[in-house]
Design a protein around this ligand. Structure first.
Ligand SMILES: [Zn+2]
Length: 356
């Protein structure tokens, strides 16, 4: 068998000017949420006529570089693709859209200005407005590359740490393999995916195309990145292809909750919905009940998401979990009882028998 030589991933940043400036200044740049444009809503400012308030649903693509202030080497300084893209009266706008996840470096006085000077050269150079390319993939679902060599979970021995971990969480290995194609990344294809090695691989498909993937650490040790995600996270719903056929939909936060509440559950790999995901829920499920089951620490997001979906005339059933356990830590009969009670409370009629 001949193997095609691996190709480097195509780099096609939304803001090529900023990307090249960062590459020039910092050397290595990683892209997060590749291809997702910022989704910002503008509201009329009631206090300043003619002015607008910006509120972002999601900030989309980020460029990750090694922070020059704390001198870390894990690309933990995240710079948004709209960073400094525009300027008004000679001043670059949106240069606050960067964050150091290592040490909060940019919160210190004067640091945002220092970073802007580092990137754009202190304002003495000719200022160029950055052209932000519209995402070309918006309406076409394309396959992305997996992170490297994946071994399906049901072909690993019982004593493999990932298998042991998932069994300990009461998941059925065969089901995870057959329904969700769960595996372990044994050999990352590129050095930038190095931290995927040994992680549980969670592919997200829409229309049978790989649109995003996630790598979860094995176990519960505390690490900087518990879930490592690539792909079009804000433009997908995990388990969409199966859930769309169901009479209800359950919106959860993470993949394990979706596994537990199969087949009707979806998740957005995070706590908050993008505009795209809101629209996808509303157009796919219409007036079918939508349960929102978020982790116990996400009450604020639960309220916000409920409001957003109610505003789209959806039949929303918010579910408040009784304790700090993750939805995936309950049994299916327990979830059946909680979800049924929540539906009764808001007088939504529904069939949850698939959970029994
Ligand atoms: Zn830093």
């Amino acid at each position: 068998m001949t193997m095609a030589a691996p190709e480097a991933p195509t780099i096609n940043p939304l803001n090529p000017l900023l990307y090249s400036l960062l590459e020039h200044r910092f050397g290595s740049v990683l892209i997060a949420n590749a291809g997702a444009s910022a989704q910002v809503q503008r509201y009329k400012d009631p206090l300043r006529p003619g002015k607008f308030i910006k509120r972002a649903q999601s900030w989309g693509e980020y460029y990750r570089v090694c922070c020059p202030f704390c001198k870390e080497d894990r690309h933990r300084l995240w710079v948004n693709h709209t960073y400094g893209a525009d300027f008004i009266d000679g001043r670059r706008m949106d240069t606050h859209l960067a964050v150091c996840y290592n040490d909060g470096c940019l919160k210190k006085e004067g640091r945002l200005e220092q970073l802007s000077d580092l990137v754009f050269g202190g304002g003495r150079q000719l200022q160029t407005r950055a052209v932000i390319r519209p995402p070309t993939t918006d309406y076409v679902i394309k396959d992305i590359e997996p992170p490297g060599e994946i071994v399906r979970i049901d072909t690993l021995p019982d004593y493999h740490p990932a298998v042991e971990y998932l069994v300990a969480r009461n998941f059925d290995i065969k089901e995870l393999a057959e329904r969700f194609d769960i595996g372990v990344c044994v050999n990352p294809a590129y050095s930038s995916y190095g931290l995927m090695k040994g992680r549980i691989y969670i592919p997200a498909r829409m229309d049978n195309k790989l649109v995003a993937w996630q790598g979860r650490i094995v176990g519960n040790r505390s690490v900087a990145v518990k879930y490592y995600t690539q792909g079009r996270k804000s433009q997908m719903l995990y388990n969409y292809d199966v859930a769309r056929e169901q009479p209800v939909v359950i919106l959860a936060e993470g993949a394990p909750s979706v596994w537990r509440m199969w087949p009707a559950a979806v998740c957005c790999f995070g706590k908050s919905l993008s505009l795209w995901q809101e629209a996808a829920l509303a157009t796919t499920w219409g007036d079918k009940p939508v349960f929102i089951v978020l982790d116990n620490d996400a009450q604020e997001e639960l309220e916000k998401t409920t409001q957003k979906l109610c505003a789209r005339n959806m039949n929303v059933v918010p579910v408040i979990l009784p304790d700090a356990r993750d939805p995936a830590d309950y049994t299916r009969p327990e979830l059946f009882t909680m979800l049924s009670a929540a539906a009764d409370a808001v007088e939504v009629k529904t069939d949850l028998s698939f959970l029994q």
